[in-house]
Ligand binder design. Structure first.
Ligand code: 26Q
Length: 701
């Protein structure tokens, strides 16, 4: 196809969707028309792929996750489809600069941090590798808050992503489902079988919106299905027609609350009713959708484990286990044992945290009142597990391993008991979950536990984010690494090639200049691109130890104050971090960093040598700008606490040197790159644990 072809498509979209022409359209309309053209191309590709998948009867991957931090899509899709140049020309021919259009797209904040970004990278990877994959999540009206720094402090503002993000979504009004919340369960016999019916429940309608996620070369396409909640119409209309207008409207807004906003806490569990409703809403709608499709394609639900892998990303969608049991038994007539076999063999679970405060435990009363049938099933799973353990003389493990304990439902134990595969996200973390967090359950199910070390979609984080470096790598080793990252090993033969190293230095400097220019444009602040960029970008958390980094910077500051002529490599310390709204300590660290940023900018004796910069509202788009410009990557979590980390990989891949503890995936990075490319320091995880065991923790407070 030529660029004229795409130009024509854009013009047609402008006319068909906005009654506009290139001369009358606003830039925003051109942005939307361009996205819609790409969306159509991806849908057509997906339909072609579907025929192939059905013909071959391929097994499908379903990834359930409360968050998907996809980042902007326009640039990504153009890049993956290899259409950047054509669209650049097509748009230029109607007087529009493609680079300008990118900024019309808000960064959809449908995730908190690492876990949500990992889910998005998987969608890219699955599409690229040709796996038929569908991600399921919630179409939050508001994503993670927009962070503003006011008087050095974080203020949270609503994130309005839909006006520009909605263009990517295809509403599937023919594929909606009902989700029941609350009420009570009525039991009766029917044809000699016990039947369960949930009565008096709120009926919430789940309406799917599909987003196509392209893989490399645009051949594979993953679908991200986002559910929006509203009150079930006919239910509402009954009340409405009885003249009870306000009750009908209230039901509507209560139901809509479910997909209103993403919970902004990360690695910290809060037992909120709305969060539980969100989790069940996601799980129930997604499983009904999976089952309906499976029956359409294969007829027989016994084949589910063969034809579908359902993955739960952390325990947030763990209600998938009892919900699948409910659907198999109550709606499709299976007995307990067959339903259990199908469930366990279909579901797999990834754990992302060892922090005890992050392990989800719901009060039994809450689960019982919101999800009465689900609670019955969870109790039965627990009863059977308990009986089994007692029968084989392992009753001693129940205090750590039972699902129901202390009037609470322990979601991590439910996830292990109800899945055939359980993985951590780095080798160290997977060992910790086997030997500590799930020690007793591991002794019961040793074969279920595995490791899957995290990765990143290097197409986004290297090829797109750092085009100059990618072009240079292409020159050196060809572009095979785009599909197979292990080909980057071929760069080894250039480690002492002076010309290549010089060029790498120039590219880094160009990226630093571009970042400094961006900061100047956005904030008016000037940072020196010739200073060393030392970067810590991640959620603000005590275990990630931003405070330790700040204390080091303060010590440098004091040294320079004492001796302004001290020989000192000029450094710019750059932080990006959001803190959960209720996490007071984390918010005070943000304040400290911002005070320090002001102080280093103000002090003429210091600022040429030492600067601190806090970038406001750190998100995927900012990461894409900053990572290529980074030189030191701060990965300094307390050993044993960071499950994997993924910014460590993104920064390393863009040529930053890691300063890190022996934690999470740092361990494996260290093995691969060697000590000359990573400065590892501090206690190991087991040494840190020993210190904890020795200290009376209560004496610390
Ligand atoms: C739970 C209950 C209620 C509200 C919110 C939550 C919640 C939400 C998000 C709990 C945890 C999260 C996110 C956790 C997370 O991002 N973990 C990170 O996962 C990455 C991908 O595996 C790892 O690289 C990081 O080490 C890990 O911290």
């Amino acid at each position: 196809m030529t660029y004229e072809y795409y130009r024509q498509l854009i013009i047609e979209k402008l006319s068909g969707s906005f009654a506009a022409s290139p001369s009358t359209a606003s830039k925003e309309q051109v942005y939307k028309a361009t996205c819609l053209v790409l969306r159509d191309i991806l849908i057509a590709q997906k339909q072609r792929n579907n025929m192939e998948i059905e013909k071959k009867g391929l097994k499908r991957v379903y990834y359930l996750c409360m968050e998907f931090l996809v980042g902007r899509s326009l640039k990504n899709n153009l890049f993956n489809l290899g259409l950047t140049d054509d669209f650049d020309k097509a748009l230029a021919s109607i007087g529009i600069d493609l680079d300008e259009l990118y900024d019309y797209e808000a960064d959809p904040g449908l995730g908190n941090g690492g876990l949500g970004r990992l889910a998005a990278c998987f969608m890219d990877s699955l599409a690229t590798l040709g796996y038929p994959a569908m991600g399921f999540s919630i179409r939050y009206d508001y994503g993670l808050f927009r962070q503003k720094i006011v008087e050095n402090m974080q203020v949270e503002l609503p994130d309005l992503w839909l006006p520009s993000g909605e263009v990517w979504m295809l509403p599937r009004s023919d594929k909606n489902f009902k989700v029941l919340l609350g009420g009570y369960v009525e039991t009766h016999m029917e044809n000699g079988k016990l039947r369960f019916e949930q009565k008096g429940a709120e009926v919430v309608e789940a309406m799917p919106y599909d987003v196509m996620i392209s893989g490399a070369d645009g051949k594979g396409v993953s679908v991200l299905r986002l559910w929006k909640a509203s009150a079930y119409r006919s239910f509402d209309m009954q009340k409405f027609s009885r003249g009870d207008y306000f009750t009908a409207m209230r039901a509507d807004s209560e139901a809509e609350l479910i997909s209103k906003v993403l919970y902004p806490s990360d690695d910290h569990y809060e037992g909120k009713q709305l969060r539980l409703s969100q989790q069940y809403f996601l799980v129930s709608a997604s499983l009904q959708s999976i089952i309906k499709d499976h029956i359409k394609w294969y007829g027989d639900l016994k084949l589910l484990p063969q034809k579908a892998a359902i993955h739960i990303n952390d325990t947030h969608p763990a209600l998938a286990i009892p919900e699948l049991m409910r659907l198999l038994m109550d709606e499709h007539g299976f007995g307990w044992d067959d339903a259990w076999d199908i469930t366990v063999n279909t579901i797999a679970y990834t754990n992302h945290t060892v922090l005890s405060e992050a392990l989800e435990k719901w009060d039994i009363e809450l689960v019982q009142s919101r999800l009465p049938r689900i609670y019955m099933i969870i109790s039965e799973i627990d009863r059977r597990f308990t009986a089994q353990m007692n029968a084989c003389g392992k009753g001693g493990i129940l205090p750590s391993s039972a699902i129901l304990w202390d009037r609470q439902v322990r979601m991590a134990n439910l996830s292990v008991i109800g899945s055939h595969s359980i993985n951590g996200v780095s080798e160290l973390h997977s060992n910790i979950i086997k030997n500590n967090v799930f020690k007793d359950l591991y002794s019961v199910f040793p074969d279920r536990f595995t490791n899957v070390t995290n990765g990143i979609a290097h197409r986004r984080w290297l090829c797109q984010a750092n085009p100059e470096l990618a072009a240079f790598i292409n020159e050196l080793i060809g572009d095979g690494y785009k599909l197979d990252a292990s080909e980057l090993d071929k760069l080894e033969k250039f480690t002492s090639d002076k010309t290549a190293l010089k060029r790498l230095g120039e590219i880094k400097l160009d990226n630093k200049k571009a970042f400094a220019q961006f900061i100047k444009k956005e904030t008016g602040e000037e940072i020196d691109p010739y200073s060393r960029f030392d970067v810590q970008i991640k959620r603000l958390h005590e275990y990630k130890r931003q405070l330790m980094n700040v204390l080091k910077i303060i010590s440098y500051y004091l040294e320079l104050k004492d001796d302004p002529n001290k020989s000192f490599t000029p450094q710019t310390f750059i932080f990006g971090a959001k803190a959960a709204g209720g996490y007071a300590h984390a918010k005070r660290v943000i304040m400290l960093i911002n005070c320090l940023a002001k102080e280093t900018a103000r002090d003429a004796a210091i600022r040429d040598k030492l600067r601190v910069l806090f970038v406001e509202n750190y998100n995927v788009t900012l990461a894409e700008r900053l990572i290529p410009a980074s030189e030191v990557s701060e990965q300094i979590s307390l050993a044993g606490k960071e499950a994997s980390g993924t910014s460590n990989m993104k920064l390393m891949m863009n040529g930053a040197i890691t300063l890190g503890t022996v934690d999470g995936a740092n361990v494996e990075i260290l093995e691969r790159v060697g000590r000359e490319n990573m400065f590892a320091f501090g206690l190991t995880a087991s040494e840190a644990q020993r210190v904890w065991n020795e200290v009376d923790a209560s004496a610390l407070y």
